[in-house]
Structures are given as structure tokens and as C-alpha cells.
Design a protein around this ligand. Structure first.
Ligand SMILES: [Zn+2]
Length: 332
């Protein structure tokens, strides 16, 4: 049996920790049971090389196309050992990647073909394989896919893990920021296997520090909302100077509603330190501002509503500043 580079373990899919080894691991296999053929476009009868996946799927390819896409494949084909084993008269090479990864990897070399990454695991396995086979265009495609909102929004910790593992500092920082959008333990990602406990600990610590900093912003102003402290409403004879019980209560009710609103934001920001917690909660804010609308003086209504709106915008800016001040733990 001829081997090229390191021997690849048979039929065991790569785990993220195994995948740290990016060395060339092509080898020729003697035989294998239950080998099946890959479908179009990997079934061309004129193919001159078969790439066999770790899970026993044969991809019929052309050496010239693969050689142009990858120096590693080119070198492998130039080695006399690579012609030792054949099937139906065509040489075959067994590789460490499974058929799912190879479908994307080998599909990318056909002219005009775009890579389709369905899952985050696809992104990782293809990225690792693209490093291993030195396929820069494919690596770039995987790096771009990693930053797609569908992955960042659903599985930010997994994106962080892959980016960190692949030493993509900016991508790791972006993903770390996205983890703030949900409670850190809300979504498990199998891709976390890529990183060490120490790295994950630092990510948890970052999330917690951002939570503390962000939640302190609304609670700080809870006792003294300046525009509701009395002066402006006291000038309004509906909100503060009316004779009816309901009228007198309006300014006080507004102050209480605002304090409750801030308190609720503070609690939520501790779990999800992210400005979307404020900007995305129109419903609660509307309940507060509806109280301002109960006044029968249009000047008071508009002034109070605008004050509430500006106060909320100020909260967004302050929370963003508080979070930005926490260093993102990406060090290699
Ligand atoms: Zn009023």
C-alpha cells in the first residue's frame, strides 16, 4: 500500500480536534466495502481520477482540473504511487474528508460552480479541507459563508469557535459580539468542540462583563428621570394641576411606568447585553408613551413623547458605549 503524507484513519470522520492537523493526508487504499458512486457532476465516464471519501463514496474527477485548483492534488497525481490502485481502470485516491465535504470541495472546482454551505459544520469541514489542499478561492468562500447572518444570528458561539480555531481574528470578534444577542447558554453548538475550555471561559466572561455593564445603564437613571422629575409636568394643568383624581395621577403614573420600563430593560440587558433589546421592544415602550398621550394638552403630549423618545435613544447610545468598552477576548 502506498501512502502520501500522513496516514488517514479509516472511516472515522474528522472531529474538530483532529482537524487541527492540516497536513497532507492523501493515501491509496487497498479495498473498502460498500463503495458507492457520487451522482452528477461527479459521475463522468471520461474521468481520469477517482477521489474516494472517508465514508466510501467515489467522486469521478479530472486530474487537470484538480491540479489547477490545488497544488496538493497536483503533487499527489505526479507521484507514481498514486497510480497503484484502480477501479474500472481509473486510479483512485482515498482522502480523509467525508462525502458531504467532498461534494462542496470538489464541486467548487467546476467552472461557474458556487459552493453551497447548508450548515455551520459544512463551513468548518470545507474550510479545514481548503486549508489542507491549499485551495484559496474555496477558503475565501468558506470565510465569507461563516460571516453570513444565518449562521451569526442562530449559532454565534459556533461561529466564534470556528473563527477562533481558524485564527480569523476579525471574524471571531464579530461572532463574539453576536453572542451577546442571546443568553450565552441558550444555544448549544457542536462547533464549540473546536475551542478549549479556557477560550470558552473567556467568552463566557466577556458575555458576563457586557451584561453587567449594559444592565447598569438603565438602572442608573431609574430614580431620577430628569424630564419626568416634575417641572415640565407640573406646568401642565392636566398632568399635575388638574382637580380630578385621574389627572393628578398622570405625571406620577408616567414616572412609575418609566422606572418599571428601565428596570425591565436592565434585567433583560443583563442576560442579553445588546441594543436590540431596547430598539426591538416597541410594545413596552408604547405602553409607557401611551400614558403621555392621555394628557389633553397637545403641547404637553408632544413634549413628553419626544422626551421619552430621546431618553430611549440616549439609552441605546450609552448601552452601546458600555459594551464597546469591554475588550473582546480574541488572542492567539
Ligand atoms: Zn400634560
Amino acid at each position: 500500500m502506498a501512502t502520501l503524507g500522513k496516514r488517514q484513519r479509516e472511516s472515522t470522520p474528522e472531529t474538530p480536534s483532529d482537524a487541527r492537523d492540516n497536513s497532507t493526508r492523501l493515501r491509496i487504499d487497498k479495498d473498502s466495502s460498500e463503495i458507492v458512486d457520487a451522482p452528477h457532476p461527479f459521475d463522468n465516464p471520461k474521468a481520469d481520477i477517482i477521489i474516494r471519501s472517508s465514508d466510501g463514496v467515489d467522486f469521478r474527477m479530472f486530474k487537470i482540473i484538480l491540479s489547477l485548483a490545488s497544488r496538493i492534488f497536483r503533487d499527489a497525481f505526479e507521484s507514481p504511487a498514486s497510480t497503484e490502485q484502480s477501479k474500472d481502470g481509473v486510479s483512485y485516491v482515498v482522502v480523509g474528508e467525508d462525502s458531504r465535504t467532498l461534494t462542496i470541495l470538489l464541486g467548487s472546482v467546476f467552472p461557474g460552480k458556487t459552493s453551497n454551505f447548508e450548515t455551520l459544520t459544512d463551513v468548518r469541514t470545507v474550510m479545514e479541507a481548503s486549508f489542507k489542499y491549499e485551495m484559496e478561492d474555496l477558503a475565501e468562500g468558506a470565510r465569507k459563508a461563516l460571516m453570513e447572518p444565518r449562521f451569526l444570528e442562530k449559532e454565534p458561539a459556533g461561529v466564534f469557535a470556528i473563527a477562533y480555531h481558524s485564527r480569523l481574528a476579525e471574524s471571531a470578534r464579530t461572532a463574539a459580539r453576536y453572542t451577546l444577542r442571546q443568553p450565552i447558554l441558550a444555544v448549544f453548538s457542536p462547533e464549540l468542540e473546536c475551542i478549549s475550555g479556557a477560550v470558552y471561559h473567556r467568552l463566557l466572561d466577556y458575555h458576563q462583563q457586557c451584561g453587567s455593564a449594559a444592565s447598569a445603564v438603565p438602572s442608573k437613571d431609574k430614580d431620577a428621570p430628569p424630564f419626568l422629575s416634575g417641572d415640565e409636568q407640573l406646568d401642565c394643568n392636566f398632568c399635575a394641576q388638574g382637580t380630578g383624581k385621574k389627572q393628578k395621577a398622570n405625571a406620577a403614573r408616567l414616572r412609575t411606568a418609566w422606572a418599571d420600563y428601565l428596570s425591565a430593560l436592565s434585567n433583560e440587558l443583563e442576560k442579553r447585553p445588546y441594543v436590540g433589546v431596547i430598539t426591538g421592544d416597541e410594545e413596552t415602550f408604547s405602553k409607557v408613551s401611551a400614558l403621555a398621550m392621555q394628557c389633553n394638552k397637545s403641547g404637553c403630549r408632544n413634549r413628553t413623547f419626544n422626551n421619552l423618545k430621546h431618553a430611549r435613544e440616549e439609552l441605546v447610545r450609552s448601552v452601546e458605549a458600555a459594551i464597546s468598552g469591554i475588550p473582546i477576548p480574541v488572542e492567539f
